[in-house]
Design a protein around this ligand. Structure first.
Ligand code: SF4
Length: 416
């Protein structure tokens, strides 16, 4: 590998990291400084960083790879062994310096660190842990650290990563085992899931220990997350929704990120030539919200897909698709219905539903009251009953979908 200066390495290794969508720093807590130390950095404030898609939509984390060299040859990855890209590698000390310098200049609030596999998974994991250890122990860094861990590494090394990091993540990569076997033949679904299970146990064990002993160490207090690539294999949206639900249920994940496959330079011939529509990724995030915040069972979210193709519609959101499919569940009486039923009304968000429940304790709601809580009363109206409104037979209308779907220009604006 030719000698590169720090700026050139940064250009290569920050660009290479943009394909990873799974970086978010919400949901963590303040770290205490070492005894006697003044400490550096703060993780307080929900949502100071968010998760981003593969085209680099990232924010104030320093998001880099330790190296973009890799001994594996995953077909979808620009850093795979057979890829003809310029390679670079940081030393752990260089990453520590960059993180501290960027932090002090207020450019970043933390570090997201991933890596290609250098020599062996264990050696790579040791290097990643070294970065985190230097930051936390030698520099008393209290900012956010998200470490991408390597499932094939020694579980003890992954455990050490969790002791330093706010969040750890292990990518499941593809939604199905068949897709993983085909596109990442050196990776193993059982090993990936085994590593996620270990992380889940450590999070739970040390969370319990912390309740009993103040001095117990913290382990990945912002939890673990994972990422799936969408559109690189034949998995349908239904497959992806079911896989995500299984991951949330089995491993207590904080987030599943969906990353629309981006065609890469010098791509492997087994990959599709085109990226899936960005809207597909957006619809999958919406379906994820239905499971996490709207009390839908995973099987119900999958019912929003087209039975013939297994795909979510692109022109309407999954909640609306579900409501149009199960029209007999509507209209819902805004003055009587349960929270669960109200959450299913297209166009009503969680905050709007909570506001309805709070208001109706002391008075009955009219349509105009609901209109103040939603962006589009036209979308909501066919699905609810209010004090002065009943949709008569609107829900039976054959053209209801065209009445409530967003206009084409709105969709094009989003796609753009
Ligand atoms: S192991 Fe990671 S970095 Fe290496 S080729 Fe596979 S996806 Fe890319």
């Amino acid at each position: 590998m030719a000698q590169l200066d720090l700026r050139a390495k940064l250009a290569i290794l920050a660009d290479a990291a943009k394909y990873d969508a799974s970086c978010a720093s919400s949901g963590t807590a303040k770290r205490k400084s070492a005894p006697g130390g003044k400490g550096l950095g703060s993780t307080e404030g929900m949502g100071i960083c968010h998760a981003y898609a593969p085209d680099g939509r990232c924010i104030s984390l320093l998001k880099i790879l330790l190296t973009n060299s890799c001994v594996f040859d995953c077909h979808y990855c620009i850093n795979r062994k057979s890829s003809n890209v310029r390679r670079a590698r940081f030393t752990p000390e260089e990453i520590v310096d960059l993180t501290l310098n960027f932090y002090k200049r207020n450019y970043i609030e933390g570090l997201f660190l991933s890596s290609g596999i250098i020599a062996t998974p264990d050696y790579t994991m040791e290097q990643i842990v070294r970065v985190a250890r230097l930051l936390r122990e030698e520099h008393d860094f209290r900012g956010y650290i998200h470490l991408k861990t390597i499932p094939d590494a020694d579980p003890e090394l992954v455990h050490q990563a969790g002791l330093y990091a706010d969040r750890v993540s292990i990518n499941v990569e593809l939604p199905t085992v068949a897709g993983l076997t085909r596109l990442a033949p050196e990776k193993s679904a059982p090993r990936i899931e085994g590593a996620m299970r270990d992380v889940k146990s450590s999070i739970e064990d040390l969370r319990d220990a912390k309740k009993r002993f103040k001095s117990a160490p913290r382990f990945a207090p912002a939890g673990q997350s994972t990422q799936m690539i969408v559109g690189a294999d034949a998995a349908t949206d239904g497959d992806i929704i079911r896989r995500a639900a299984g991951l949330y249920g089995s491993f207590g994940l904080r987030r599943v990120y969906y990353s629309a496959f981006s065609p890469i330079p010098d791509a492997s011939a087994v990959l599709p030539l085109q990226r899936p529509p960005l809207m597909r990724e957006h619809r999958l995030y919406q379906s994820d919200w239905l499971m996490r915040f709207y009390e839908y069972q995973p099987g119900e979210v999958a019912q929003a897909t087209d039975p013939a193709t297994g795909m979510l519609p692109l022109d309407i959101d999954p909640k609306l698709a579900w409501a149009l499919r199960f029209r007999e569940r509507f209209p819902v009486d805004v003055n009587r219905a349960s929270r669960e039923a109200l959450l299913r009304v297209p166009g009503l968000g969680v905050k709007a539903v909570d506001a309805i429940l709070a208001t109706r304790r002391w008075r009955r709601l009219r349509l105009a009251d609901v209109a103040r809580l939603t962006v589009s009363i036209a979308k909501v109206r066919p699905f609810l009953i209010a004090e002065d409104w009943r949709p008569v037979a609107l829900a039976e209308k054959a053209d209801l979908r065209s009445l409530v779907a967003p206009r084409r220009e709105q969709l094009e604006l989003f796609a753009a």
